[in-house]
Design a protein around this ligand. Structure first.
Ligand code: CDP
Length: 210
């Protein structure tokens, strides 16, 4: 079974994808880490994020198995990821590894922005996770503070709005719910309630394809 989870920044898609993967004992790929890894590599090599050739080079050399989640989770890397993710060549270079992950025997859970639309259009279950920008900013702010990153709520909210706009507005694989995705608004749901709702959606989709 392939489960595709998409949605905007801090919507809770990562947590839900992890929980679903545990529940069904499926491997999980957080595809945002790939784009974060490319952004980081461009900056580490001393190039500007807008340098498309540098981003392409970084994407072609990305060591997918060695991505250091801790180092990539910071707010600057989310922004950097969203800049390089808008380059069609970068997306094209990362396509294969994601499709192979999705196609492994037994299935997989992937989360990102274009899983249900581009990476795994034939997924057995697709969920598009949303929440209001204010609630997403509240969660991300809390998460960053817990990690010891001092950043103001307003800054987090501005970052989320900017990223939503860039991700939804790009020409290649924009952030968008697949026509056949189930929408899950987690604005007023805690993690447990969101997980139960996601599980119910997957079970529903499973019955339909069975
Ligand atoms: O956790 P959060 O949603 O903040 O970030 P993420 O999922 O790690 O994604 C970081 C950025 O990577 C996003 O803003 C997108 O621009 C990009 N991305 C993408 O274009 N396609 C994906 N499948 C995953 C991430």
């Amino acid at each position: 079974m392939i489960i595709a989870i998409d949605g905007p920044a801090a919507s809770g898609k990562g947590t839900l994808a992890k929980r679903l993967a545990q529940h069904y004992r499926l491997p999980h790929l957080d595809t945002g880490l790939l784009y974060r890894g490319v952004g980081r590599a461009v900056l580490d090599a001393g190039y500007a994020l807008a340098d498309e050739a540098a981003a392409r080079e970084a994407a072609s050399r990305l060591a997918v198995d060695a991505l250091d989640e801790e180092r990539l989770r910071g707010p600057e890397m989310g922004e950097a990821a969203s800049v390089v993710a808008a380059f069609p060549a970068v997306r094209a270079l990362l396509l294969d590894v994601q499709r192979r992950f999705a196609a492994q025997p037994g299935g997989a859970v992937l989360d990102g922005r274009d899983i249900g639309t581009v990476i795994a259009p034939g997924a057995d279950a697709k969920i598009f996770v949303t929440a209001s920008p204010e609630e997403r900013a509240r969660r991300r702010h809390l998460e960053l503070n817990r990690r010891g990153e001092p950043i103001a709520y307003d800054e987090v909210l501005a970052d989320i709005r900017r990223r939503d706009e860039r991700d939804a507005g790009r020409g290649t694989a924009p952030l968008k719910a697949a026509d056949d995705a189930a929408l899950l608004d987690t604005t007023s749901l805690d993690i447990e309630a969101a997980f139960r709702a996601a599980l119910a959606l997957v079970e529903q989709a499973r019955k339909k394809t069975a």
